[in-house]
Design a protein around this ligand. Structure first.
Ligand code: SF4
Length: 324
């Protein structure tokens, strides 16, 4: 049984004060707020360098909980130290179970997909009892939006700008972090998005039942880096899910289940068009081949998932390319 059936079940307690230093419309803040509401006040966040590091600039903090800042690669090691210290203090009777803290790593995609992947892998392998939350804005957001391992095909970043020789922007593929983690066989992994809040609350609640690594990859719409109006942040997130670009799923001990299945996928163009980072795909001329390639990747993903899980889905037609 879940406590979260509709948005009316969104917990009213607030553990993050308003008026932070984050950009207006930052999707990562919506995710962090929801996590804090479900996990409650007895939380210690262990933060790898990234955008959310700027939330806590001494002597100010919007959190009604604890926050420890680490270097890019070290957050899982920091989490291990805190967990071990709490366990030892509890064993000695110096901390009781009401004072115990949930240990939550909070990191951007730069640390999660690239710089901190090794220490995360080690923590999962050791079975560390922690939450690991990636706010994925698909680039190094707080240093000027350089490409990360999470950057998707076709995105312009500071280090992959569209040029005359390469008009598509980034031409590599986004790493599949969900599958990298799944190969470690942790108890729980999920993807979440701020537009699908009830799905997210339920997943955090489900994860709480498991001891061991509990991993979340959160779609984090980024008005500053992606180039859209902050008021559209939740709409962009919804389009990502409805176009099938951001599948909502979970894995319990390795068994994958999609938690939201858009029965008819919207064309990816509807998602891409709203963001300046993909503007070069539409102007000065439409890059039909690049857009068709993105659509094909999404379609293939969902057709495979439908076959594995036995659901029906209607994929969007790839863009028709006129013969030369
Ligand atoms: S750069 Fe993007 S992810 Fe970073 S705080 Fe601003 S909106 Fe959020």
């Amino acid at each position: 049984m879940t406590r979260y059936k509709t948005l009316r079940d969104f917990p009213v307690e607030e553990y993050l004060s308003p008026g932070s230093t984050m950009c207006a419309g930052c999707g990562a803040m919506l995710v962090l707020r929801a996590f804090h509401k479900v996990l409650g006040p007895n939380v210690v966040f262990v933060n790898a360098a990234g955008c959310l590091t700027l939330l806590q600039v001494y002597p100010y903090t919007p959190n009604k909980s604890s926050w420890m800042y680490t270097a890019f690669a070290s957050a899982p090691a920091g989490a291990q130290g805190i967990r071990d210290a709490l366990d030892i203090l509890m064993e000695k009777g110096r901390v009781n179970s009401f004072e115990d803290l949930k240990v939550v790593v909070v990191t951007g995609d730069g640390a999660a997909y690239d710089i901190g992947l090794q220490s995360t892998s080690g923590a999962i392998e050791r079975g560390l009892d922690f939450y690991y939350l990636v706010y994925d804005n698909e680039a190094y957001g707080n240093t000027g939006f350089q490409k990360s391992g999470a950057t998707p095909y076709g995105s312009a970043t500071a280090t992959t700008p569209p040029t005359e020789r390469n008009p598509t922007g980034y031409t590599g593929v986004k790493k599949d972090l969900f599958e990298i983690w799944r190969s470690h066989k942790p108890p729980y992994i999920a993807t979440v998005a701020p537009s699908h809040m009830v799905d997210m609350l339920r997943k955090i609640e489900t994860a709480s039942q498991f001891k061991g690594p509990k991993l979340f990859i959160a779609f984090s719409s980024c008005p500053t880096g992606w180039g859209f109006d902050p008021s559209l942040s939740v709409r962009i997130s919804r389009l990502a899910v409805e176009c099938g670009i951001w599948p909502l799923k979970e894995s319990v001990y390795g068994k994958v289940r999609h938690t939201y299945i858009p029965t008819v996928l919207k064309p990816v163009e509807e998602y891409l068009r709203h963001q300046n980072r993909f503007r070069h795909l539409f102007t000065p001329r439409k890059q039909e081949t690049a857009i068709a390639s993105i659509q094909e990747q999404v379609n293939n993903y969902w057709l495979e998932a439908a076959k594995n899980e036995g659901f029906r889905i209607t994929v969007a037609k790839p863009v028709t390319i006129a013969p030369p």
